[in-house]
Design a protein around this ligand. Structure first.
Ligand code: GCU
Length: 721
């Protein structure tokens, strides 16, 4: 009896161990680079026939990691080790550049590598002496590495690899993540744990995770990382920290990733002992030149600086009566001899300025167009306020003909549910990138500004404010990984479609099963609009709770800064709701090119999803649907909650079709999301109702709690704030 019990305990223990191991394998750590064995046998056999062995040329650090990735990846996907072979024969996967492989060079006879630039790749099927093979090549090793990831993706997503003839080239030069990571490892607006960078053990201990971070980035084409917060700490520029930064740069380098730092404008005073940081003073110029030289002695391929100046209390050139151009050029001249760049942020607005906050960046920067050094990019948030669930595109896009403007998207979900709400952000990015600026007439979309084609910019860039932390699954919410992935894909090709990006991500991260793909796609594709509907429909914005920005707070007012309050933006009163940015109001519409200024400025032609962004609208205004504004607002808020219910029901159909661990995680988070969506809806409608004095139509479930209840909700200790 006792023996049986012991045996039973052992069996149960083993099963549990296997289970734990199995579930551990699906904890999200591997992101979209899972490389599990292909389950479809006929497909697997087909692939095995086409790729029997690998020949890799080149011994550079980049080729070493390319080898690791392709051998490891294919061995995992095929379920058997794929060997390397020197001799090229039938079924060889031949990898290298024309410089290091004569075979590749001869196979390239009728193809040109000129068009693909320094980072592009070719993947093609070829025949040598009647032996069929596949070639991955590029002008550089990093191009080859990108080709390797692309080839692996074809197999991960079950695409055909016969008759291949693919070329890939990034459309944007600088494709970066911005980490708002502090040196104490807290991440500003970070919801996925602490910073990845373990400053206290660097440079001696190299956490293996640094490499996995680099792999993930390279696999989606990200080639730069700003590892410190825009609210910068000058300490990172001291030798003590530069040594640590250099150790990270060493890990990232083989993956084609350059490291950048945020530069605190007052650093010459804080760590340099100067009395001033005036950008025109000789000793300040010398200080930055010397500091830059020092940085490059640690990190020879250092990318450059990202700067937040004269914004939200950060020091900047205006403290000395100097312009943003004078500040930016100081640093740009320092990094120029080393091929570095400066990304100067346009997210500026001042407390003293009575002007509509949405107008201030344009007012500051437009007059400076043409005054910047040619290695300065102006980094502009997608919209003129601050990463709201929906904003019109920033009017600086298209306005800076002579100064490269680069895109800053937020990947971390500061205003879109943080690590709790499921929000696929690529549709938001896509909406902005495809907005027509009319800068050079119709067809002057934001993506053409960003990719440099509209004005022939010398530098191009896109950055995403990272959502990465040391949570086991990197991004907190299991689906939030898709936003990191999408940022990379859109930086590579800003015309890529959000739906296609999602499909690729789902296939690699979850399953190639069509039902799973369709189901997850449906949820992801409505998630952003749902988030807009239950938070800030019809152009409302900045209605979130004070400080942590998670829940609703449309009643926020009377704070030290008016433009940090919700009342400043909703302008709700008895006559209506919305911010008048037409000629009768702040006239922010004048910052847009014709005919957009007229379209936005006319209440009849303004797109309804931006109506309350540009207009103060009477409660009984007739919308296109025939509803009054109040009825339409109710409709949108209720729709948002219904959409979350739909997301929940749809997700539930995935039970048993994906791994239990991630299934349950998302399922639980969707429950919270639904409660939160109801809170947002009720809190906002009950508050606006105090002005509209109109009933919530009877057909809707009525709020079961009072406005006072919602106003008392006080979330403490939320991460990231
Ligand atoms: C937002 C965010 C801040 C951040 C700022 C910025 O306001 O809440 O935490 O510092 O954007 O982009 O600089």
């Amino acid at each position: 009896m006792k023996k049986t019990l012991v045996l039973l305990t052992c069996i149960v223990g083993t099963i549990m161990l296997i289970r734990t191991q199995k579930s551990k394998a699906e904890d999200g750590y591997r992101l979209w680079l899972r490389y599990d064995q292909i389950e479809n046998d006929s497909l697997l056999n087909e692939y095995r026939q086409l790729v029997k062995c690998i020949t890799i040329n080149g011994e550079s650090p980049t080729m070493i990691v390319a080898r690791e990735e392709i051998v490891g990846g294919l061995s995992g996907l095929f379920g058997n080790s794929v060997s390397e072979n020197e001799e090229v024969k039938e079924g060889t996967l031949l990898i290298g550049t024309p410089e290091n492989s004569l075979t590749i060079s001869s196979l390239l006879a009728d193809k040109t590598l000129e068009d693909i630039g320094n980072e592009g790749f070719l993947v093609f099927s070829a025949e040598v002496n009647k032996q069929k093979m596949t070639v991955i090549t590029g002008n550089t090793d990093i191009g080859v590495l990108y080709g390797v990831y692309h080839f692996l993706k074809l197999i991960q997503t079950h695409q055909s690899i016969t008759e291949l003839n693919i070329s890939g080239t990034p459309k944007i030069q600088h494709r970066l993540l911005n980490h708002w990571d502090n040196l104490d490892r807290k991440v500003e607006r970070g919801y996925a744990g602490f910073s990845l960078w373990k400053w206290n053990t660097l440079p001696d201990y190299i956490d293996p995770r640094y490499k996995d971070y680099a792999r993930a980035n390279a696999s989606v084409g990200i080639n730069g990382t700003v590892i410190t917060n825009v609210n910068a700490n000058a300490q990172v520029l001291t030798p003590e920290y530069l040594e640590k930064v250099a150790a990270l740069a060493d890990v990232f380098r083989p993956y084609g990733i350059r490291v950048y730092l945020t530069a605190r404008f007052s650093a010459p005073m804080e760590i340099g002992g100067l009395q001033t940081a005036d950008p025109l003073q000789e000793n300040v110029i010398d200080w930055w030149n010397n500091k830059t030289k020092e940085i490059y002695s640690y990190i020879p391929d250092f990318g450059g600086f990202l700067v937040k100046a004269n914004s939200e209390g950060q020091p900047g050139p205006q403290n000395y009566g100097r312009s943003h151009a004078e500040g930016a050029n100081l640093m740009a001249r320092a990094v120029k001899p080393y091929n570095g760049i400066v990304m100067w942020r346009a997210f500026v607005y001042s407390n003293e300025e009575p002007e509509d906050r949405a107008k201030q960046a344009y007012n500051e920067f437009k007059p400076l167009d043409g005054k910047f050094e040619d290695n300065v990019l102006i980094q502009v948030k997608n919209g003129p306020i601050d990463f709201q669930p929906r904003e019109p595109f920033h009017p600086l896009f298209g306005a800076m003909e002579q100064t490269p403007t680069m895109m800053e998207f937020q990947v971390t979900q500061e205003y879109l549910g943080q690590d709790i709400h499921l929000t696929y952000l690529a549709p938001l990015y896509e909406e902005c990138l495809h907005s027509d600026t009319y800068a050079k007439g119709a067809g002057s979309e934001v993506f053409k500004v960003i990719n440099g084609s509209l004005f022939d910019y010398s530098e191009t860039g896109m950055a995403g404010v990272s959502n990465i932390g040391d949570d086991r699954n990197w991004c907190g919410h299991p689906i939030a990984q898709a936003n990191w992935y999408a940022l990379g894909q859109l930086a590579w090709d800003p015309e890529a479609a959000s739906e296609e990006i999602a499909k690729g991500w789902i296939r690699m991260t979850y399953s190639n099963n069509q039902e799973v793909i369709d189901t997850m796609l449906k949820i992801m594709m409505i998630s952003r609009e749902a988030g807009v509907n239950y938070r800030t429909p019809l152009g409302l914005h900045h209605q979130m709770a004070w400080h942590h920005h998670y829940g609703p707070g449309p009643w926020i007012k009377d704070k030290p800064r008016a433009d940090w309050t919700s009342a400043y933006y909703n302008k709700a009163d008895e006559t209506g709701i919305g911010f008048d940015r037409t000629k009768t109001g702040s006239n922010a519409i004048s910052q847009y090119f014709s005919p957009l200024d007229e379209i936005f400025g006319n209440i009849e032609t303004c797109p309804e999803e931006l109506l309350l962004w540009f207009h103060h609208v009477p409660w009984d205004f007739k919308m296109k649907s025939g509803n009054t504004l109040w009825e339409e607002l109710c409709l949108k808020y209720y729709k948002g909650v219904d959409q979350v219910r739909e997301m929940q029901d749809t997700w539930n159909t995935l039970k048993g079709k994906i791994d239990e661990e991630r299934f349950q995680h998302v399922q639980s988070l969707l429950k919270i999301q639904l409660e939160d969506a109801i809170e947002w809806r009720n809190a906002c409608l009950l508050y606006y109702q105090t002005f509209s004095k109109m009933p919530i139509p009877e057909k809707y479930e009525q709020p079961d709690k009072s406005l006072e209840h919602y106003m008392k909700v006080d979330r403490k200790y939320l991460p990231g704030s």
